[in-house]
Design a protein around this ligand. Structure first.
Ligand code: FAD
Length: 390
């Protein structure tokens, strides 16, 4: 039964598409079905937070419409189709194709590449003042339409994505106010000195930063929406965007009885607790934890393509630095593993050109952060860091 041999991948993000490209390098004919809750377009998600800097409108971020991707990669794509349930005994999934239409699809091997959901921001008054989240191209299209030109934007969160959006929206001509209870931007990724430098650079770029502060209430006013801050100040704004982190999408796996920690638990072969089901990308958790970035998902896709082709392969991940896309100050971070014990030590500082090491017990380097011209050292320093896995 040919259908039984089918490989079914859930999710058309970078993880799903990178896996298909890797599989096609090995076998151009193997039947593959890709299911996606969105329109299945191929795009680079990191560009959502630097589209203004690149002078791009949302339509220009599409690399390939799903119909072209299906043809080029020789896959069947079912777009706008949500997987609602996995029946592991029958090896079928239930698809919801909209308008109440449901159907079942058999799989021999199932791959979950379902990404992550943004954490929901709640504050008193948010029923009257909507707070948007941008986590995919559809969200981004709606957001850009909504904000129009020269808007006053309240951005919740000064982490990696919040800082990138702040810089980019300011470059797009909007007036930005950022709120974060932490003491400095990127507080979980860089030491205070470097976060302060980024804060200065963002301020020069026109961003109003309110650190150690948050909104306690929002309301609609006559001249715009109003956020009442913890320190008693008020911010008047037109639109609000939340960027307070992501949580792996695990509900489908959990409901199917798969092992789930923060993400869907996978072993060194990207296999879940069911030998016929695999996971990769933002939804999965390897022994190195959840690694919601592009380089890890690429390493995972390469390893998984080998495994699914019957080759002996194990996921290995070297230290993987991440470029922070803030044109006001070049930054590269290579954070230590979550929960690592140690402290930041500033090793170089000349103006905004800085290097810092995160040192564990005995001075062992476990992570680094670089700014300005020091970012040129990213490759050399990455080689001195412990591998994420393997
Ligand atoms: P996603 O792209 O989220 O794809 C998930 C897919 O699963 C989607 O197609 C979705 O429709 C589908 N899906 C989910 N549930 C179902 C279901 N039940 N049924 C069917 N389909 C379903 N990383 C970097 O390394 N560098 C950067 O500069 C960088 N910048 C970023 C900027 C922004 C604004 C954001 C949000 C992230 C950024 N990242 C960056 C992170 C990086 O983009 C992600 O790690 C990566 O795109 C995740 O890909 P994914 O395929 O795992 O998930």
């Amino acid at each position: 039964n040919r259908k039984k041999e089918e490989l079914v991948i859930v999710g058309s993000g970078m993880a799903g598409y990178t896996l298909i490209r890797e599989l096609r390098k090995r076998d151009s004919k193997r039947p593959i079905t890709l299911i996606s809750a969105d329109d299945g377009a191929m795009y680079s998600k990191p560009m959502l937070s630097n589209a203004f800097a690149q002078g791009k409108v949302p339509a220009q971020l599409v690399q390939k419409a799903s119909i072209d991707a299906a043809q080029d990669l020789n896959v069947t794509i079912k777009a706008e189709t949500r997987v609602e349930a996995i029946d592991r005994r029958a090896k079928t999934i239930t698809l919801n194709r909209g308008n109440g239409r449901r159907e079942r699809l058999s799989y021999a091997t199932l791959v979950l590449a379902m990404g992550a959901d943004p954490r929901t921001y709640r504050v008193e008054g948010d029923d009257a003042v909507p707070v948007m989240m941008v986590n995919d191209l559809g969200d981004y299209r709606r957001w850009r339409e909504r904000i129009g030109k020269n808007s006053r934007i309240l951005l919740i969160g000064a982490g990696l994505i919040g800082c990138e959006f702040a810089n980019d929206l300011a470059l797009g001509g909007h007036e930005i106010t950022v709120l974060d209870p932490a003491s400095w931007p990127l507080s979980r990724l860089v030491p205070q000195e470097m976060g302060a430098l980024l804060g200065e650079a963002l301020t020069e770029a026109g961003v109003n930063l309110h650190m150690e502060n948050s909104a306690i209430r929002m309301e609609k006013g006559t001249g715009g929406n109003i956020a009442h801050l913890q320190d008693g100040r008020k911010v008047v704004f037109d639109h609000a965007l939340s960027a307070i982190g992501l949580l792996p999408r695990t509900q489908l796996a959990r409901d199917a009885g798969l092992d789930v920690a923060t993400g869907i638990s996978v072993d060194e072969n990207l296999r879940t607790s069911d030998p016929h089901i695999y996971a990769l990308g933002d939804c999965c958790e390897t022994e190195a934890g959840v690694q919601p970035f592009v380089l890890p998902l690429m390493a995972q896709a390469r390893a998984l393509a080998k495994v699914l082709s019957g080759d002996d392969a194990r996921l290995e991940m070297a230290a993987m630095p991440v470029t922070v896309k803030t044109p006001c100050l070049a930054l590269v971070v290579c954070p230590p593993q979550p929960g690592a014990q140690g402290k930041w030590v500033l090793t170089e500082r000349s103006g905004r050109d800085c290097a810092a090491l995160f040192e564990g017990g005995g001075g062992v380097p476990l992570g680094f952060a670089l700014s300005g011209s020091q970012t040129a050292r990213r490759q050399a320093l990455a080689k001195t860091m412990p591998a994420l896995l393997g």
